[in-house]
Design a binder for this molecule. Structure first.
Ligand SMILES: Nc1ncnc2c1ncn2[C@@H]1O[C@H](COP(=O)(O)OP(=O)(O)OP(=O)(O)O)[C@@H](O)[C@H]1O
Length: 305
């Protein structure tokens, strides 16, 4: 499990992240990172996939020998898709997401993000990354947590306020802007984290099991909210989950991975309508897709390990 870093990356690169862990942000440091510009790669041509992965492999060299975390991954993610990675523990979901985010380096194959290398995409701050734990900064109010990346981006106070109000409204936390994280429930904290990621308006959101630690009712509610957000904003989302209903409810494409070595077992293009409500989960179409995911998970899972 590698999604334990701490918080949300808002178009922040890995170096930013390392700086952020446990520290108040020194906004002046980040002024050295170029402001996102209309990169020639970003949105370059309708036919260019947002993410294009070909024959990608990643082997970790460890003291106990090589760990083949990813093997021969082929995947395209088009603009506006909601793609979930699902699979048993250790099949490489987080690693694949981290390769896309340039937080890990491939050892073979090719990958482009927004038509360029993951490193360039990271430097362009082309994506927002949501980690498993909300980990908001406890000494900052919710409003100030959301303001943090906007301060780094150099937005005026007025621009910051407008964006903060908008995202707090979207995640239904408008009345909680002056609270500190520890005054909110786990689900509310995770919503605040998502608001923080959305505040910088990335076109691509990479989300690593953001709701994994929440109870089912809260999770349902957040799934619903996330789905509505995605449907409204037409962002491209790549989402890691262990939950079949979550994957089927949210996704336009479900990628089933299997372990040792981590590889793609099945890619399911969902024909569920784009507009969804939670009661869709009772429909035959939903159950049919869920069944195919379940079969893929079973087939790819070695129970005798
Ligand atoms: N930095 C690392 N060094 C060595 N091995 C690693 C490293 N990161 C991940 N691995 C290994 O790579 C494999 C894939 O790990 P990864 O965390 O991507 O799986 P996952 O599917 O996300 O698992 P989970 O569902 O438990 O989060 C595992 O065998 C893991 O132990």
């Amino acid at each position: 499990m590698t999604g334990d870093l701490s918080s949300i990356v808002w178009r922040l690169n890995g170096a930013d992240l390392e700086r952020f862990r446990g520290n108040e942000v020194n906004t002046s440091v980040d002024n050295t990172t170029p402001t996102p510009s209309p990169s020639p790669h970003v949105g370059g041509g309708r036919s260019t996939p947002v993410i294009d992965i070909q024959n990608l492999s990643l082997t970790f060299e460890t003291n106990d020998g090589p760990v083949h975390a990813l093997s021969d991954i082929d995947l395209k993610v088009e603009k506006g898709e909601f793609v979930s990675f699902i699979g048993p523990s250790g099949c490489g979901k987080t690693t694949l997401l981290r390769v896309i985010a340039d937080l890990e380096k491939k050892t073979a194959g090719d990958i482009t993000v927004n038509g360029t290398t993951p490193e360039n995409a990271r430097l362009d701050r082309a994506y927002g990354y949501v980690f498993q734990a909300a980990a908001l900064y406890p000494w900052r109010t919710i409003e100030k947590n959301i303001a943090l990346p906007l301060e780094i981006m150099g937005l005026t106070r007025k621009e910051q306020t407008a964006r903060i109000d908008k995202v707090l409204e979207l995640v239904e936390l408008a009345d909680f802007s002056q609270k500190f994280p520890w005054q909110l429930s786990g689900g509310m904290q995770q919503r605040a984290s998502i608001a923080r990621a959305l505040a910088v308006e990335p076109d691509l959101l990479l989300m690593d099991e953001p709701f994994g630690a929440l109870d089912e009712i809260v999770r349902d509610h957040l799934n619903d909210q996330l789905h509505q957000l995605w449907a409204k904003t037409n962002k491209t989302v790549v989402f890691v989950t262990h939950s079949i209903p979550e994957a089927v409810y949210l996704s336009t494409k479900i990628v089933v991975l299997c372990p040792r070595p981590g590889r793609i077992y099945d890619v399911i293009e969902s024909d569920l309508p784009r507009q969804r409500t939670l009661d869709l989960r009772e429909s035959p179409e939903f159950l049919r897709i869920a069944q195919r995911v379940r079969e893929g998970l079973k087939a790819g899972h070695a129970y005798d390990d």
